[in-house]
Structure formats: C-alpha cells, structure tokens
Design a protein around this ligand. Structure first.
Ligand code: ACO
Length: 271
C-alpha cells in the first residue's frame, strides 16, 4: 500500500481496517482523503489477505462529513475540479464500497455527519458506539443531504425517520441509530473493538464466495421487479455453485447428511 496521509490501512488476520485519519479536522472528507480512499479500495478489492473490511475513524470522530473548506469552498469556482472531486467521492463511497467484493463493516466510533452517511450506508453492516453522535446536518446550513444520502436514508431508515432527521437536523446517539435501523448494534465505546471482532470472527468462519454472492444478490435485486429478480437470483445461485472453489454447497450437504458433523441451522460447515 502507498503511504497515505489522510487514511491508514492495517491488516490483521485477514481483516483489513481502513481508518479515516484526519482527527484534528474530525476526519472531514477532503479531496485528498477521497482520492486516497478510492485508491485504497481499488487495491484492496483484489487483495487476497482481505476477507472482511472495517471502516472507522481516528480519534473522536467517524467523520464530520464533507470538508466544508476543501471539498466545497475551494472547488466552487473551478467547475472541472468540483466535478472531479464529487465524482471521486461518489465513486469510492457509493460504487466501490457498496460493491466491495468482501463484507464491509462500519465501526462508528464518534461524530458522523452529513456526507459521512454515504460510506456508513454503503457498508454492509454497522456497529456504533453508544456515545457516537449522528446528524443529517445539511439542513442546518441550507443544503440537501449530501450525494446519494437523500435517496438512501429513506431505504435504510424508513420515510418517517428519514424525513424527521433530514428536516430537523437533530442529532442522535448509537442506541437511537440501532432503533431506527441505521446500524445493526450499538455498544459502549469501550466495547466497540470487541463487538467488531466478534462480528468479523463470525464472518471469517463462513464461505467468502457465498458471502460475496449474497451481498451482491441482495443489493442488485432490491431495485428489480419480481420477474427480473427471479431470473437474476436463479442465475446468481447457479454462478455461485459453479464458481465456488470450496464447493461449499456439496460440503455442507455431505457434512449434514453423510458424516452428520454439523447442523446448518445452528452454524457453518467445517471449511
Ligand atoms: N469540514 C471542514 N472542517 C471541519 C469539519 C468539516 N465538516 N468538521 C470539523 N472541522 C474542523 C473545524 O473547522 C476545526 O478546524 P480548526 O481547528 O482548524 O479550526 C476542527 O475540525 C475541529 O472542529 P471543532 O468544530 O472545533 O470540533 P468540535 O469537537 O468542537 O465539534 C463537530 C465537532 C460537532 C463535528 C463540529 O466540528 C461540526 O459541526 N462539524 C461540521 C459537521 C457537519 O455538519 N458536517 C456535514 C457537512 S455537510 C456534508 O457533509 C454534505
């Protein structure tokens, strides 16, 4: 990995942790940070050592959203730079992260505002610290929720909560984020690393090809009509069966029906 300045990338036991690392600016997302995230995700998507990706923030913030100075003010008089900057942000935080070929987890350790909802919602799973503070703060200074956040909060939260928080700009904590479905779980800050570790341990025991196919199937089929989804999901299942080098389906059937060494309802087959 190159020596990045605005993010860090660490791998331990097949889990890669990417940390937004501008703590003095509350990890606000600057053009440089966005460039580095795009580069890192592009490299990591074919990294054989990465089976799970965790996204978090350094210090007391997950991210304070877009960098109001570098992302907005300093690009507003340069349409080409402005367009390029927006494209890079959308590309990493929406396309690359959402369809990252491994399961992704957002570990929301602190402040999470505005544009930070993009990477948060693009991650497959999310665990928050109870002490984290979320806010769709855009309305506080007269703009729409950033990028595709406007579209995606309605899908993640449901219309009532999405409208409430987008219209009031009120902040909420980790437990409230869990109640409204923005994160899967919220734990005290001191327990966040353990909660993430427990989740990654569960994921690492599972067939990575099945995990990838499952997230792709779920994300793509959500916007298809019934007939398209039936066809696509049938094809996706066939693709998984053919391309899985572990032949997980056959192993699972055999370990349940022949050797009787596991119960699929209660856990994963022995890999
Ligand atoms: N963009 C640029 N700089 C930022 C941002 C940001 N989004 N957030 C914080 N900073 C900078 C501050 O300007 C300050 O810089 P300085 O030390 O050079 O003066 C430094 O980070 C620390 O910020 P403080 O405000 O002093 O930190 P504090 O802990 O008191 O407050 C908080 C943290 C609540 C996150 C506050 O900084 C804040 O409200 N930030 C903006 C949050 C926001 O609304 N983001 C959404 C933007 S809209 C969008 O993303 C589409």
């Amino acid at each position: 990995m190159p020596a990045y300045e605005c993010i860090t990338v660490e791998n331990e036991s097949r889990v890669t942790t990417v940390t937004l690392n501008r703590p003095r600016k509350r990890n606000a997302m600057s053009p440089q940070l966005n460039d580095e995230m795009l580069d890192a995700l592009t490299r990591l998507s074919s990294d054989p050592e990465t089976d799970v990706l965790v996204l978090t923030g350094a210090g007391e913030s997950f991210s304070a959203g877009m960098d109001l100075k570098e992302y907005f003010r300093e690009t507003e008089d340069d349409p080409v730079l402005s367009e390029r900057t927006k494209w890079t942000m959308r590309e990493w935080s929406y396309s690359r992260l959402r369809f990252f070929p491994r399961v992704t987890i957002a570990a929301v350790n602190g402040w999470c505002f505005g544009g930070a909802f993009m990477p948060l919602i693009s991650c497959d799973l999310a665990i928050a610290a109870d002490e984290a503070r979320f806010g769709l703060s855009e309305v506080n200074w007269g703009i729409l929720p950033g990028g595709l956040v406007t579209r995606d909060i309605a899908l993640s939260l449901g219309y009532r909560d999405a409208l409430y928080y987008a219209l009031t700009g009120k902040t909420f904590g980790g437990q409230r984020a869990r109640e409204i479905g923005l994160v899967n779980e919220s734990v005290p800050r001191a327990e966040l690393d353990d909660a993430v570790r427990e989740l990654t341990t569960t994921l690492l025991a599972l067939n990575p090809y099945a995990l990838r196919a499952t997230k792709e199937a779920l994300r793509h089929s959500a916007t298809m009509d019934y007939e398209q989804a039936t066809d696509y999901l049938g094809a996706k299942a066939a693709q998984l069966a053919r391309s899985d080098p572990e032949r997980g389906r056959a192993q699972g059937l055999s370990q349940f029906l022949d050797t009787k060494e596991f119960k699929p309802g209660l856990g994963a087959y022995r890999r």
